[in-house]
Design a protein around this ligand. Structure first.
Ligand code: NZQ
Ligand code: ZN
Length: 388
């Protein structure tokens, strides 16, 4: 049954080849001081930095920079960003980059006026924001996380080996996001396919839960079909605008809160993947790809109806003369072939994980209760071993 909910997504999107012009409409809404946040320099190589800086200058903004946001941004970098934002007296934080840069910008936005340690308050105690928030806008250059239209913000604490995603409310969502599929053309293939799998996994986390007849499940099947088709095209021709734009739009809908409305969700694969990330600093989408199949094969029989439906509706498995388990298994095998075809990393060893890390990774894995099976620690260890 569809549960009760309140739905609001306040992020204004500018989508398409000319979407950067949207900055000219948004910037006048904010004060003069802009903290320009970006990563390791890809935006300087591909020219996006110059375009953004020109528009900021044309709009009379004072530009303060916060560069070097790493993939899987750390808590130390967050502390540095807070100081930079304070010094700049930032009226707006403009994130130009992928999910890491957008997530980080949100973390800074809620932390500048926070009276306690933001890591403790938001990431360990999962508390809500009760102080002033600096508005955030995004120019997205890497597709996958959905960070452009949600309140997610994942921060890693390398010392305590914890990678934690805080899901903030809609007061922390980006005020606006610019989505130009052409900005993703320069992504290395490794990042492109990791992002494609991240999208798939966001959908699966929300699909493999519940036994009701939920509208969201039909939406998600459509999103997955679009993703399968566009991924196939994009892997062969990364410059195919139609495919890259479909992937970008699917990513946004996969995790902008819509499909989760009124239904339970799982997220255990993300908890496993994030713990792996805390130990290896591996690319997010790849950590998910390495653990997903061992997890789904393990829980399949607890949610067999949905796995059967997934096989038939998403992968076109012929159901005639087969048991539910056979159909469900064929669906997962089809997904495995698709993943291999994309060139995903399918095991933890190739991401730098070793046998002696397993216990620690298990300790860092949060246990969720919205999926078909609530795992215990032994089961987590077994799934991690299976993923090695
Ligand atoms: O740092 P630069 O130089 O920009 O390079 C980046 C980075 O090395 C590069 N890149 C990005 N756009 C590019 C480009 N290279 C060439 N051309 C471009 N146009 O790609 C690399 C990866 O970027 P990153 O932002 O780390 O990737 P992604 O978007 O996958 O973000 C990953 C982070 O998001 C979190 C992950 O855990 C991870 O920390 N997530 C956030 C979520 C959310 N907000 O809801 C949910 C997700 O499940 C995820 O957990
Ligand atoms: Zn993800």
């Amino acid at each position: 049954m569809l549960g009760d909910f309140v739905y609001c997504n306040p992020t204004r999107l500018y989508f398409g080849k000319n979407s950067l012009d949207g900055l000219n409409r948004e910037l006048p809404k904010y004060g003069k001081n802009v903290l320009l946040v970006y990563g390791g320099g890809s935006i300087k190589k591909n020219g996006i930095y110059d375009k953004v800086v020109k528009i900021l200058k044309d709009n009379g903004k004072n530009i303060y920079e916060d560069a070097g946001v790493m993939p899987n941004p750390t808590v130390e970098k967050l502390y540095e960003g807070i100081e930079r934002a304070k010094k700049a007296q930032a009226d707006l934080i403009l994130a130009v980059g992928g999910g890491s840069v957008c997530d980080y910008a949100k973390a800074v936005s809620v932390s500048v006026f926070c009276k306690e340690d933001p890591w403790d308050k938001y990431y360990l105690r999962f508390e809500d924001v009760d102080n002033e928030i600096i508005p955030v806008g995004c120019v997205l250059t890497m597709v996958g996380t959905g960070s452009e239209m949600n309140g997610g913000s994942v921060i890693t604490n390398p010392k305590t080996k914890l990678k934690i995603g805080k899901v903030f409310g809609d007061n922390v969502f980006p005020k606006f996001s610019v989505l130009n599929p052409e900005f993703t053309f320069t992504l290395p293939k490794y990042q492109m396919v990791a992002g494609i799998y991240d999208i798939m996994q966001h959908i699966l986390e929300q699909y493999f839960s519940g036994t009701d007849d939920n509208t969201s499940d039909y939406i998600m099947e459509g999103l997955m079909k679009s993703l399968l088709k566009s991924a196939e095209v994009a892997v062969k021709n990364p410059l195919d605008y139609e495919a890259r734009s479909n992937i970008m739009w699917t990513a946004t809908w996969a995790l902008n809160t819509l499909v989760a409305m009124g239904k339970s969700t799982d997220w255990e694969v993300h908890m496993l993947g994030q713990a792996v990330g805390a130990y290896t600093n591996a690319t997010h989408g790849m950590t998910l790809a390495a653990v997903a199949l061992p997890y789904y094969r393990y829980i399949m029989n607890y949610g067999i109806e949905k796995f059967r439906r997934f096989a038939i509706n998403v992968w076109g498995i012929d159901e005639k003369g087969k048991t539910d388990s056979e159909i469900a298994n064929e669906g997962l095998s089809a997904m495995e072939e698709w993943m291999k075809g994309l060139g995903l990393v399918m095991n933890l060893k190739d991401l730098g994980a070793t046998e002696d890390m397993i216990e620690g990774i298990a300790d860092s894995t949060l246990i969720m209760d919205g999926g078909y099976k609530v795992l215990d620690r032994t089961e987590i260890v077994n799934i991690l071993k299976e993923s090695l």
